[in-house]
Design a protein around this ligand. Structure first.
Ligand SMILES: Nc1ncnc2c1ncn2[C@@H]1O[C@H](COP(=O)(O)OP(=O)(O)OP(=O)(O)O)[C@@H](O)[C@H]1O
Length: 719
């Protein structure tokens, strides 16, 4: 009976797997989208407050809970945590000993601080409902004695109906208080989780891209499942814990009042159960951490293949992806099995010891009744109180293990929250004015943090002057895009520096620095929304005229042909490669960048799209208001740049105008271009086209020089 009762009272541990996903069905999509596009968020130089506001809007629109209040600007303070109202209610013996756990515990408690009002009311209601329910065994005992006497007397001279009515009122009061407590706790819990998610999300967005890109799944799992476990710990589990404490202490007090001898007998089971609870809780915390890590890996596999569904399907790689996911699921299940066995053993043995105690109480209590030491009603009350105390103790165990689980999850969440990004976000000086004279890469050495020991750039030097356009050419994988990554401060050099008018760009705030740079990546990313919102990404205040002007400048004429024009809803991949590039150019132009980092799309564009993109680029070059750093592959783009630099072996080996480089008989540039022209000629031959004359035209430096001269002339005229 005790075990049955206890089992019904015991809250099953929150299973992170199902719960996290259920809770986050809608929000998840957005987090995945953003986690995958973190470079875009950062390079747009969105201000922190805009990001938080924006994410909160998108986030809250998918939550049923009331909107969370704006996130506090300061990080969680430890001193505040120590003063936390709720921490006073947690017995110190329950607080974990490991210093990391202790601070995580304090921080978790501090999360409840803004909710102190509803939580205090909830605690008051909890006391009321617990007092009422604790009076039930006593009342039942009295009723049994009342009905088993020949001349029943109700205290205070009340009639049976009056007494019944009074009891009914009391129980209704208890039930109402219980309902109020549950509602307040749940709402506070949702608000706490909402706030925690917002803060974690903001912290994740501010990390250097490498951190998020290396463990996207893990960050998402922290953001979703771990935060909900923490929220659960701080409200629901805490409420259950308080209830358990009230039930056990009041129950024990009542038992001592009825029969000290029987109470001592019952207490024999408490020490072994408590010891078991401590070990069980600690073991569960370790398991919980491992489970969350395994969940992160699982999420990463799923999000990677779902976002690349076209590739997965085109390569018939569904079985392969299923197998990878299955392996991760097996890992999660192995951990869940360990947890199931541990909880089975623990709850089975506590239930067994509870039943044995009850049996002992019945036998010894029966003897006491037969000797007339206690009444039948007293024995009944005592047995019922034992059940209450037993279930209270079991709830305490669950509470302890849930708190341990919450601490484990909290440590993972706070790891992101408290992490200092390797590239500080938004700290540093403002870029003085929106114009500069030179940007220099000075003796830059660079290697990716994930591939230490492999230098991509070795003693790389490059100078850009205001308004100049420079094309970096080189072999694939030579490090051209890495130069852009360094310029945008996705990474910092391991040696050397990048300076703007002599000042190291590391001294500038990343927000301010990135705000002067427009980026057109090789494979531009679109966000779910309208074409207008995609062009205005990072420029929430742009007017429709600004957006249309930028679109016109970028040759996005296809937008006017769409049924809903700029209000056409698009998804990640719902435009062609060329359209996406032009849209990305419009997005960059809207920002009115001082520097434009343009990574040319190579294979995705056909001849017409290429021409449209190049026309758009020409317009930018003609204005000479923007310094352009191209990563270029196609001769048609390369010829447009005022200066070409050849990147080989991690350094610049040649530099000059198109005419100069082509004019040098032994230049590496000629070799690189010849390889490209041969490839192009091969393509045309394959298509059965007449190539000779065209190839001659294109390969003849004189012809391309004319094109270069033409663009130079146009630039000079406009400037
Ligand atoms: N995030 C990363 N982590 C580790 N290594 C990377 C990363 N990105 C690129 N690399 C490596 O750095 C080298 C230079 O890459 P990068 O993209 O800069 O070359 P690229 O010249 O732009 O190539 P392509 O012309 O093919 O676009 C390559 O060997 C690549 O594998």
């Amino acid at each position: 009976m005790l075990s049955l009762w206890a089992r019904s009272c015991q809250r099953p541990p929150v299973h992170a797997f199902s719960k996290g996903f259920k809770l986050l069905g809608n929000t998840r999509k957005y987090h995945v989208e953003v986690a995958f596009n973190i470079r875009n968020h950062q390079c747009r130089g969105l201000s922190s407050s805009t990001l938080v506001r924006w994410s909160a809007r998108r986030f809250n629109s998918t939550q049923s809970a009331p909107p969370p209040s704006p996130p506090p600007t300061s990080p969680i303070s430890n001193s505040a945590a120590k003063r936390s109202l709720l921490s006073r209610f947690i017995p110190s013996s329950l607080a974990p000993k490991d210093p990391n756990s202790t601070s995580s515990f304090a921080k978790i408690m501090s999360l409840a601080k803004p909710e102190w009002k509803p939580l205090t009311i909830a605690i008051g209601l909890l006391l009321v409902s617990s007092t009422v329910s604790m009076s039930v065994p006593f009342t039942i005992g009295k009723l049994i004695d009342f009905f088993s006497t020949t001349n029943p007397q109700i205290p205070f001279g009340l009639s049976v109906w009056q007494a019944s009515g009074g009891l009914m009122l009391l129980f209704t009061l208890g039930a109402t208080a219980n309902a109020g407590r549950a509602i307040l706790m749940r709402l506070s819990g949702q608000r706490i989780v909402g706030r925690l998610r917002e803060r974690t999300y903001s912290a994740a967005l501010r990390q250097e891209v490498e951190f998020v890109e290396r463990g996207e799944g893990d960050v998402l799992s922290r953001l979703t499942t771990d935060t909900s476990i923490v929220g659960e710990s701080v409200t629901q589990n805490l409420s259950d814990g308080l209830r358990a404490i009230v039930m056990s202490t009041v129950g024990l007090g009542a038992m001592f009042y009825v029969s000290p001898k029987l109470t001592m007998l019952m207490l024999a089971v408490v020490p072994p159960v408590s010891l078991g609870a401590v070990f069980y809780g600690r073991y569960l915390k370790q398991l919980s951490n491992k489970t969350q890590e395994a969940m992160g890996e699982m999420t990463k596999i799923a999000s990677e293949s779902l976002t690349a569904l076209r590739t997965v399907q085109s390569y018939n790689a569904i079985p392969q992806e299923e197998e990878k996911f299955h392996q991760k699921i097996l890992k999660v299940l192995a951990l869940a099995r360990k947890e199931a066995i541990a909880s089975g053993i623990f709850f089975g043995s506590t239930g067994w010891s509870g039943n044995i105690t009850l049996l002992a109480l019945l036998s010894y209590g029966g003897t006491l009744v037969s000797h007339g030491d206690i009444s039948m009603g007293d024995l009944t009350s005592l047995l019922l109180y034992t059940v209450y105390v037993g279930s209270g103790l079991q709830m305490l165990t669950t509470f302890f293990s849930s708190i341990m689980r919450g601490i484990g999850a909290g440590m993972r969440v706070f790891e992101v929250l408290d992490r200092t990004p390797a590239i500080p976000y938004g700290k540093g000086e403002e870029v003085p004015q929106n114009q500069f004279e030179t940007i220099k890469f000075e003796r830059v050495h660079f290697e990716y943090p994930s591939r230490r020991g492999i230098e991509i750039l070795k003693d790389f030097n490059l100078e850009l002057t205001a308004g100049e356009s420079v094309a970096i050419v080189g072999e694939s994988g030579g490090g051209k895009s890495s130069v852009h990554s360094l310029l945008l401060r996705y990474y910092d050099p391991i040696q050397g520096k990048i300076t703007c008018d002599g000042k190291d760009i590391r001294d500038f705030s990343t927000v301010s620095w990135r705000s002067i740079i427009g980026v057109v990546p090789q494979d531009p990313v679109l966000f779910t929304g309208t074409i207008a919102s995609n062009i205005a990404f990072g420029n929430p205040n742009a007017t429709r005229e600004d957006i249309e002007h930028a679109a016109r400048e970028a040759n996005c004429e296809f937008v006017w042909g769409m049924p809903n024009g700029f209000d056409t809803e698009i998804g990640r991949l719902s435009l062609s490669g060329g359209q996406r590039q032009r849209l990305a150019i419009a997005r960059a132009l809207l920002k009115k960048p001082v520097i434009l980092a343009l990574d040319e799309a190579t294979s995705s564009l056909d001849a017409t799209s290429e021409r449209r993109v190049n026309d758009a680029v020409d317009k930018i070059l003609r204005s000479r208001q923007t310094t352009v750093l191209f990563v270029a592959h196609r001769l048609s783009t390369i010829a447009r740049a005022e200066r070409i630099v050849v990147l080989e072996g991690g350094r610049i080996t040649e530099s000059g105008t198109y005419r100069e480089l082509v004019g040098r008989k032994d230049s590496r540039f000629r070799v690189l271009m010849a390889a490209q022209l041969n490839a192009a000629a091969g393509e045309k031959l394959y298509l059965g086209e007449e190539v000779e004359s065209e190839q001659e035209d294109e390969a003849d430096p004189e012809n391309t020089e004319e094109e270069g001269d033409e663009s130079e002339r146009t630039r000079q005229t406009s400037s």
